[in-house]
Ligand binder design. Sequence first.
Ligand code: ADP
Ligand code: MG
Ligand code: ZN
Length: 477
Amino acid sequence: MTEVDLEPVIGLEIHVQLRTATKMFCGCALGFGEPPNTRTCPVCLGLPGALPVANAEAIHYGLMIGMALESTLASVSTFHRKNYFYPDLPKGYQISQFDLPLCSGGRLGEVNIHRVHLEEDAAKLNHAGASGRIEGADSSIVDFNRGGTPLAEIVTEPELRSAEQAGEWLRLLRTTLRTLGVSDVNMEEGSLRCDANISLRPVGSEQLGTKTELKNMNSFRFIERGIRAEVERQRALIEAGESVTQETLHFDPKSESITSLRSKEEAHDYRYFPEPDLPPIVITEAMLERAKAALPELPQAREQRYIEHLSLSPESARLFAWRAELAEYFDSVCASAESLKPQIAANWVTELQGRLGDQEAEDSKVSPAALSQLASLVEASTITQGSAKQILDELVANGGEPSEIVAAQGLEAVGGADELAPIVAAALEANPELTARLREGDMKPIGVIIGEVMKETRGRADGKEVTALVREQLGLS
Ligand code: ADP
Ligand code: MG
Ligand code: ZN
């Protein structure tokens, strides 16, 4: 048992497949879903004597990423061989970068970047069953189409403090990369992959604890759940007086279980050495200018613009700037009703998002047009805020048109004093004791009266209007 509070320390390593026309070191087109082994050549198959040539476009994309992450860009950068044996790596080594990466340092949002380097992706192993068996044993076949795809590996400093923060930050990174147009950044398809390094330490301590590494999680949800599960596993160990073993782990999202892939003892010694077949990359002024000119408006600039031009609150601006798809959804809500104030639209998008759990707004049954119509109905006082939230629940569950739901369920707000006054009068009459207190200026029971009126009108009355009528009817100023 320990009495000290423990805090999670998380650093991320992100592999991004770059969307270039050809592979990192050969002229093969990138393969996505083509028949196996149709995008190969002697270079990416690792045949003896074949020579690699670095892809200028991948270097250009790497520089754009470095600029977007405020990194220091190398003037000279080199490739190294990272040696290990695996069936998906025909050369017996991966060409990667070691001590002279393309980009060093940097920052995105609240997190410092350690480095960004270029490397090639491994081929893809298709395990058992996919294409039969070899004499009683399960077989695996290798598809070399992916082998040699350009990757940027982005490594953060260990500065994230929770699963949620890691998830949010990763969304910002994804949005940034997507905006740059350098990658498809699709986690399910593997063009964005994330390893999370996790340790715990006593709050206030500067020293890092022993870390474990959760490998290759392929969705935001899994990453957050995986980190949460691993933090809890480590916390239980430490609180039981045991220690964390440095190892590489796999999180199974189905069973929520964590299993060891390899321990520190089995860790690879990669025997890095300079790639003799590739000259150093010399970054010229012209290359820097070209990368700079290619930079679009980045999320943080967009955040500023939302605040300055649309008068969004800092919270809404950040929410949308960090999540490109949600921002697009928000933009469509605004576009569907020009009279709608952007902040009102933003509030309804947030309201919707709060009801969706793991689902994204753009995948929900609520179209931007429906949400914008709902917001406009409230703004026009056709329905109350309360009814609108009820309708939103309905839209989330079944989709549909807000105006039709209003008509079908008779949810038009009880408008004006004429209709509402007798209902308020009846509520006061039914509660003589509360009415007496109200008359003496004790406003506490007003909630009960409003509640009664709401019950009577099925939530179609406006609370403020009810309050005004109560005051009027009791002669309160
Ligand atoms: P390795 O040599 O095991 O790959 P690195 O020092 O290269 O480790 O760091 C890899 C990633 O792990 C980085 O994102 C870094 O921020 C993170 N990291 C390093 N040490 C820790 C730690 N003790 N706790 C959490 N994350 C860490
Ligand atoms: Mg590492
Ligand atoms: Zn090739």
